[in-house]
Design a protein around this ligand. Structure first.
Ligand SMILES: Nc1nc2c(ncn2[C@@H]2O[C@H](COP(=O)(O)OP(=O)(O)OP(=O)(O)O)[C@@H](O)[C@H]2O)c(=O)[nH]1
Ligand SMILES: [Zn+2]
Length: 205
């Protein structure tokens, strides 16, 4: 499959037992060398509505238990939802720091420690607020025979991007697990500046 600038291909798949259940991990690579994975659980028919999560890499939240953001909580909850449903897919996209990379995200954190919000920090470093693209999702979902989805997200850009790719987004499931005192401000900024669909009472001081 092609996008404006990248080609993607499927490489291999293998069993992935996890603390949440036994998934299968599917490996994909872009021409640029960027590697993405999809985790699938259970089985479905091509006409079924499949619960999916499109998760953007966050080393600090997903692997290091950071509470600066809600990523780790959402990752866990998405996998739990999929297992509870009996089938589903998690696309784990290597777009760390909303596409600016890990080192730049830490630079952005440093600026946030001095009072900037997440959007201001990105802009101060010379980046747009969100550099992510979702073109690779089409190949990944086609490969898994997923055409109709219930999307677990609060981010309206993800819903729009999937629709633009021709994927039938039947419904959206909010995923607002993991709001803590450490990340309330971050959630507020996502809601007020990036259009995420959180209920304001969740991040009220
Ligand atoms: N640039 C930057 N990226 C961050 C920051 N905190 C978390 N991230 C990255 O943000 C991405 C997750 O994006 P979010 O805006 O939290 O959530 P989302 O994926 O847009 O939306 P949901 O589907 O609702 O979770 C991950 O790639 C994180 O690494 C930050 O302060 N600055
Ligand atoms: Zn995060």
């Amino acid at each position: 499959m092609t996008s404006t600038s990248q080609q993607y291909r499927f490489v291999s798949a293998a069993k992935l037992p996890t603390r949440k259940g036994e998934f299968t991990i599917h490996a994909f690579v872009e021409d640029s060398g960027t590697e993405h994975v999809a985790l699938s659980y259970g089985s479905w028919q091509p006409s079924d509505v499949v619960p999916i999560r499109i998760h953007s890499e966050c080393l600090t939240g997903d692997a290091l238990f950071s509470t600066r953001c809600d990523c780790g909580f959402q990752l866990e909850r998405a996998m739990e939802n999929i297992v509870a449903h009996g089938y589903g897919v998690l696309l784990y996209l290597r777009q760390e720091g909303r596409g600016i990379g890990l080192i730049n995200k830490i630079r952005a954190y440093h600026l946030q420690d001095s009072g900037m919000d997440t959007v201001e920090a990105n802009e101060h470093l010379g980046f747009d607020a969100d550099l992510r693209t979702y073109d690779m999702c089409k190949l990944m979902l086609d490969k898994l025979d997923v055409h109709n989805v219930e999307l677990m997200t609060n981010n309206p850009r993800k819903t729009a991007a999937l629709k633009d790719l021709g994927i039938n987004v039947v419904s959206r499931k909010p995923i607002d697990h993991g709001i803590t005192n450490d990340n309330k401000h971050y959630i507020r900024t996502k809601t007020e500046k990036l259009g995420h669909a959180f209920d304001p009472h969740l991040f009220k001081d």
